[in-house]
Design a protein around this ligand. Structure first.
Ligand SMILES: Cc1cc2nc3c(=O)[nH]c(=O)nc-3n(C[C@H](O)[C@H](O)[C@H](O)COP(=O)(O)O)c2cc1C
Length: 345
């Protein structure tokens, strides 16, 4: 029995629903080539940050200003800007090198929070050969004067601005923390996104009690983290319809995880942590697990799998969530040794 793994995502025809999500190594042509050989359907490059592009623009302005200065000491005035200059150009070069190294679509990623001079850079990414663009909206709404509606309006203006700058497909990588995610997802599509990546993973720093310092901590994900994007994809797929691209990101480590993402309604299952932990060749392992399960259950295509588990909860997702919440907390059974009367102190 043959199994068809090809899928469509953002209007792109992909040979596999397993996609390498944004990660630092993906901009290395050797790693990208290993991912492609292992069978990925597409590769997402790490994000270029708005701050890096703006830094480059500021650096250019300052360099021009400095050229007109007569006094040598004035030339030392902005010593810190150096490393930022060139980040955007370096990004375009690595995009071109990765494109040349692989035969699968390459999706560039920009991380931004405001519309500004950097937006024109989306066009340069397109001109450098990106097959699609992922706009990574990563911000923490910590300003007490900024309401949810203002924050959402800013995000939607940003999506519209980037949409206006490019003609290639546009995906938006979202956080799970919108107060009304279903409405925001629909608005993001109306603003011009062709698809959504659910979800960005947020990293909180830790407190080092010895040094009394806040330290960054990057933990790779665990498979249980797929449940949040999985549930939202199941809710959104019927609402957004079959043509909107949906990518599951967070917790896809094995074939079973990819299956759950696809059955919830995703077009693609993205992986970063699993590939960092096991190497690019892990894609082939996940693909063979996916194929084996499909053969055993007589599924012939990804098309047939997609969304097969989302339809049953499509009627009233909010009521389903409440019932599920009640059922979940009531499903806990206390271990017998804890039910014995605890000694009083
Ligand atoms: C080391 C590392 C770097 C990452 N860099 C980016 C990035 O540049 N842009 C982005 O959108 N996501 C980035 N991510 C997030 C991943 O693309 C992915 O969304 C997240 O890790 C959840 O997927 P996973 O469970 O498969 O790891 C990064 C993740 C890791 C672990």
């Amino acid at each position: 029995m043959t199994v068809e793994l090809d899928t469509r995502y953002l209007g792109l025809g992909l040979r596999s629903p397993l996609v390498a999500s944004a990660a630092p190594g993906n901009s290395d042509p050797l790693i990208a080539a290993r991912l492609a050989r292992a069978g990925v359907g597409a590769i997402v490059l790490p994000s270029l940050f708005e701050e890096e592009i703006e830094g480059e623009l500021v650096g250019l302005d300052r360099a021009l200003e400095q050229g007109t200065e007569a006094f040598a000491e004035a030339l030392d005035y902005f010593p810190a800007i150096g490393p930022l200059v060139g980040a955007a150009d370096r990004y375009l070069r690595s995009l071109e090198r990765v494109k040349a190294a692989v035969d699968v679509p390459v999706i560039a990623s920009l991380n931004a929070t405001t519309t500004g001079g950097w937006v024109h850079h989306a066009r340069r990414v397109q001109d450098a050969g990106a097959d699609a663009l992922e706009l990574n909206l990563y911000h923490v709404p910590a300003d007490p004067r900024r309401t949810a509606s203002v924050a959402e309006a800013t995000d939607l203006a940003l999506i519209a601005a980037v949409r206006g700058a490019v003609t290639i497909p546009l995906a938006v990588k979202l956080s799970p923390y919108y107060s009304a995610l279903a409405a925001f997802a629909a608005s993001a599509i109306a603003a011009g996104a062709d698809g959504l990546v659910l979800f960005n993973r947020f990293y909180q720093p830790d407190l080092d009690l010895d040094r009394l310092e806040i330290v960054p901590r990057l933990e790779l994900s665990h498979p249980w983290e797929l449940r949040l994007p999985g549930r939202w994809i199941a809710i959104l797929r019927p609402q957004l319809g079959p043509d909107v691209g949906l990518a599951a990101s967070s917790g896809v480590h094995a074939g079973t995880d990819a299956l759950k993402a696809l059955m919830a309604g995703a077009d693609v299952a993205m992986m970063t942590s699993a590939l960092l932990r096991h190497g690019p060749e892990h894609v082939a392992t996940v693909e063979s697990e996916l194929r084996a399960w499909m053969v055993e259950r007589e599924y012939v295509s990804v098309e047939q799998l997609r969304g097969s588990a989302s339809a049953s909860t499509a009627g009233d997702p909010a009521a389903f969530e409440r019932a599920n919440y009640m059922a979940t907390i009531r499903s806990w059974t206390t271990p017998p040794d804890l039910t014995a009367t605890a000694p009083h102190r």
